[in-house]
Design a protein around this ligand. Structure first.
Ligand SMILES: NC(=O)c1ccc[n+]([C@@H]2O[C@H](COP(=O)([O-])OP(=O)(O)OC[C@H]3O[C@@H](n4cnc5c(N)ncnc54)[C@H](OP(=O)(O)O)[C@@H]3O)[C@@H](O)[C@H]2O)c1
Length: 290
């Protein structure tokens, strides 16, 4: 099956393209940055409506994994129109194209579609985002499902473990600071269910191979604050815990508001797919240290 992976140069998108290439004939859709080596590529700019259609016709995918997005909440907060164009409108166009060809679409979404006051969140809980990023992604989910009734939306929790390219996963950011003997200031009041690249790839593979549709939660088995995750990284990789500094959101504000606790309850997805996340420690050991 020829699978177009959009955002194949991304932190998570690149890892998914690489891992899924063992099962699918992956074409790496990317814009400025390189995807993992060895994959055929297609230049794809989601901000150019005409260009998207041309690329899709040329690649002629038999399935699409949509991982491209402006995924930095602070960047989205600074440019809401740009974020809406790429995250929401491009997803709608992609979904309509896939629906028109009758091919499966898995669109990646985020735990940040939730507001943080009612965790853990199940697949059928209504999104109540508090940031521009969250709003554009919640609108993208809706658009994907409206334009393509058989689309799948996979909400991903905070990514830990090994990533691709210049950005760092949550565990890599901490590990690299500690290796360089720099302090890592980590929030104690932002709780997520960290998940790793391989577990996401496993879930997405199952969704694609079975042609499933609807909303899926791919979150890890542990609810951890950024600070607690940092402690796990330090202990797992034998790095100095003394460099971890606990901070609260109010002490070190970020441009985009962050929810307090967006833990995902992934039990329904786990039962539906016969899926379970890998043990977190195993994934943390794969973090890139440089
Ligand atoms: N990383 C996480 O912790 C996390 C957590 C939850 C959900 N997610 C979701 O998972 C998906 C993948 O995330 P990620 O971590 O791989 O994000 P990322 O590292 O920010 O990568 C996003 C990719 O999207 C591409 N992109 C952005 N604007 C584009 C445009 N106008 N046209 C074409 N491509 C464009 C970028 O291409 P260039 O490299 O060429 O700029 C980049 O490769 C996203 O849907 C994100 O919302 C991620």
């Amino acid at each position: 099956v020829r699978l177009l992976v959009t955002g194949a140069a991304g932190l998570l998108g690149g890892r998914l393209a690489q891992i899924l290439a063992a099962r699918f004939e992956v074409v790496a859709g990317c814009r400025d940055n390189p995807p993992p080596p060895g994959l055929p590529t297609a230049h794809l700019d989601l901000a150019s409506p005409g260009g998207l259609g041309t690329v899709l016709e040329t690649v002629a995918p038999e399935a699409v994994l949509h991982a491209a997005a402006i995924a930095d909440p602070d960047r989205c907060e600074a440019d809401p129109e740009g974020a809406f164009l790429v995250n929401t409108e491009a997803t709608a166009r992609l979904a309509a194209w896939c629906a028109g060809r009758g091919i499966p679409l898995v669109a990646l979404s985020t735990d940040l579609v939730f507001g943080g006051d009612r965790a853990p969140y199940r697949e059928d809980n209504p999104p109540d985002p508090i940031s521009v990023y969250g709003r554009t992604k919640a609108a993208a989910e809706k658009a994907a499902l409206e334009h393509h009734p058989r689309a799948a939306v996979a909400r991903i929790a905070l990514v830990a473990g090994c990533g691709h390219g210049a950005r760092r996963t949550a565990s890599e950011a901490v590990a690299q600071a500690l290796v360089a003997a720099r302090p890592a200031r980590l929030y104690t009041d932002q709780v997520r269910t960290p998940i790793d690249d391989r577990s996401v790839a496993d879930g997405v593979t199952k969704i694609l191979e079975r042609g499933l549709s609807g909303i899926f939660h791919l979150g890890g088995g542990e609810r951890l604050s950024r600070f607690e995750l940092g402690c796990r990284v330090a202990s797992t990789l034998a790095l100095p815990e003394s460099l971890l500094v606990a901070v609260r959101s109010g002490e070190q504000p970020q441009k985009a508001p962050r929810p307090r606790d967006v833990s995902l309850d992934s039990s329904k997805t786990a039962a539906r797919l016969g899926w379970s996340p890998r043990p977190l420690g195993e994934a943390l050991r794969e973090s890139r240290l440089a």
